[in-house]
Ligand binder design. Structure first.
Ligand SMILES: NC(=O)c1ccc[n+]([C@@H]2O[C@H](COP(=O)([O-])OP(=O)(O)OC[C@H]3O[C@@H](n4cnc5c(N)ncnc54)[C@H](O)[C@@H]3O)[C@@H](O)[C@H]2O)c1
Length: 427
């Protein structure tokens, strides 16, 4: 039985936004760690001590490598030497917007080839309820391994919020469930040894569903304010002032803010994991499906604001020069996955606009039709635009300078709440 002495070895499979910080934390806590990722560029970068994750500094990486506690590889061959295996591969949507478990399936196959008696496998990737049992446990069972007997199986959803300065991996309580009580106990001990606050959850499906509730809750509430923003705009009411006023209620209300849509690898994806699973199980989640639709349509709504704004200067979208500031899914991250702003740019390009972009954290983006390189921001590059759209108010932006040099601006963020409206439209 595992007792989590520091001489034990931890493998983290999938070294992305979730897996890399976990790997570093385990190494800091004295574990010998093996990081496995199929992405050769990521592994090469880590070996050079270069972090690709803004949350992890090069210095952090180099310190761990110097202590010789870490090994990273594209190869699974050393997996049998590990006592704990944490699976953090991505669970995205396929091109037809369905849950794509292929990365998880591949990781489980690789584990199955090498499983050693007594290993603890923990899945952290976001999945629909039942997946840890049906996909992981069932596959290993067909390979002759019984969970709770030959190996231990746990599900513990990752809840990090990259860019969040207040809550980090080590301060967010960790939900932990096990296939058997012993599986749960072992996973509890592992996370406890990392210094995390463990919240035991009775079943795997409860932990899987809790993660989907957290993110579907966000999707639905953002849809509510996105819809209300549209109603308010029609009626000349400032949605931001409405939210700030409502937020003074000390109970029963949590503020969510409108925007050009909902992006990132979590909220818009996890809500589809939920709605697809609910529909398949025979009880469609109608509210969550509608919320997803409202949020997915925001790029079209923002396009209509741009159209109105240009019309005020006798211009149309086709042929207009439109500069979009900020393309990530939220402030101060470099993550463009599922970015609704790239969808907005797609829409503007379809309508014939000459779109350029700037983002302090992103050098290039792929739209449906082209690859765009970020432009340099200066008086010349901004003043020649027909319209400048502030889509993400990254901390690096100097708002008063942007406002002063832009001919016409649209603020989707409320960062320019106090600026005169004569050349400024707002969501
Ligand atoms: N990004 C977040 O903020 C966040 C927060 C909470 C939960 N999650 C969930 O955590 C999971 C991971 O998300 P992420 O953002 O870290 O993803 P990511 O895309 O940043 O990283 C996933 C990594 O897994 C690697 N990978 C894929 N298949 C592999 C395999 N078979 N073997 C080894 N490596 C493999 C990829 O190359 C990639 O580097 C997802 O299920 C996500 O929903 C993400």
């Amino acid at each position: 039985m595992l007792n989590f002495a520091y001489q034990q070895k931890v493998a983290v499979i999938g070294l992305g936004y979730v897996g890399l910080p976990l790997l570093i934390l385990a190494a800091h806590k004295g574990y010998s760690v093996l990081g496995i990722d199929l992405d050769k560029e990521r592994i090469a970068s880590l070996k050079k001590g270069k972090s690709y994750n803004p949350e992890i500094s090069d210095n952090d990486l180099q310190t761990i490598f110097e202590k010789d506690l870490i090994k990273v590889s594209t190869d699974y061959s050393e997996l049998p030497s590990c006592d704990v295996i944490v699976v953090c591969v991505h669970t995205p949507l396929s091109s037809d917007r369905k849950p794509d478990y292929s990365y998880l399936v591949n990781a489980v196959r690789e584990i199955a080839f090498r499983l050693r008696q007594g290993q603890l496998i923990i899945v952290e990737s976001t999945v629909a309820p039942g997946t840890t049992s049906t996909l992981v446990q069932s596959h290993l069972q067909t390979c002759g391994f019984v969970a709770g007997t030959h190996y231990f199986l746990s599900y513990s959803p990752e809840r990090i919020d990259p860019g969040n300065k207040e809550f980090k991996l080590n301060t967010i309580p960790k939900l932990v469930a096990g296939f058997t009580p012993t599986c749960q106990l072992l996973a509890n001990k592992f996370y406890d040894s990392l210094g995390l606050t463990v919240v035991p959850v009775r079943t795997l499906a409860t932990a899987e569903m809790a993660k989907l509730l957290e993110n579907t809750y966000r999707d639905i509430n953002i849809a509510l304010v996105n819809e209300m923003a549209q109603v308010c705009r029609t009626n000349n009411i400032n949605i931001w002032e409405v939210i700030n006023a409502a937020a003074t209620k000390p109970f029963g209300f949590q503020a969510f803010y409108p925007g050009p849509g909902v992006g990132g690898h979590c909220v818009p994806v996890d809500s589809v994991y939920y709605t697809s699973w609910a529909r398949e199980s025979g009880t469609p989640a109608k509210l969550a499906e509608l919320a997803r639709k409202v949020n997915a349509e925001m790029p079209q709504y923002v396009t209509s604001i741009i159209r109105q704004t240009l019309a005020a200067t006798n211009k149309i979208i086709s042929g207009s020069k439109i500069l979009v500031l900020g393309v990530t899914y939220k402030k101060d991250t470099d993550d463009v996955r599922e970015s609704s702003i790239i969808k907005l740019i797609d829409q503007l390009q379809v309508e014939g606009a000459q779109v350029s972009f700037h983002d302090p954290l992103v050098e290039s983006i792929n739209t449906n039709s082209t690859e765009l390189q970020r432009i340099t921001l200066n008086v010349n590059s901004i003043s020649q635009q027909d319209c400048v759209v502030l889509a993400i108010a990254h901390s690096a932006y100097n708002m008063s300078w942007l406002y002063s040099v832009s001919p016409v601006m649209i603020d989707l963020t409320n960062a320019m709440a106090d600026y005169p409206n004569n050349k400024l439209s707002k969501l």
